[in-house]
Design a protein around this ligand. Structure first.
Ligand SMILES: [Zn+2]
Length: 79
């Protein structure tokens, strides 16, 4: 879980800010088609915007990712 990601056009976005820190709305990155071009600011892996059952907004690494340092091993979201 992360509260920060990098949007290809808008730059860094913050899940915990009402305007994502760039004057945009959460609905512009969550459940949009095509998916918002979000990547992790640390490992550059694609990320998805999510919302927990409790209403917490956050970013999560896309499923199916592999750890570049350990190919074949399931991704571990350490960043
Ligand atoms: Zn990452």
């Amino acid at each position: 879980m992360a509260f920060r990601a990098v949007h290809a056009q808008w730059g860094t976005v913050f899940a915990h800010l009402p305007d994502l820190g760039c004057g945009r709305a959460w609905d512009q990155v969550r459940k949009v088609r095509p998916p918002a071009p979000l990547t992790c600011d640390e490992c550059r892996h694609p990320m998805h915007a999510k919302r927990s059952p409790g209403g917490l907004q956050f970013f999560a690494h896309a499923p199916g990712a592999r750890n570049a340092r350990s190919p074949g091993r399931p991704w571990r979201t350490t960043c």
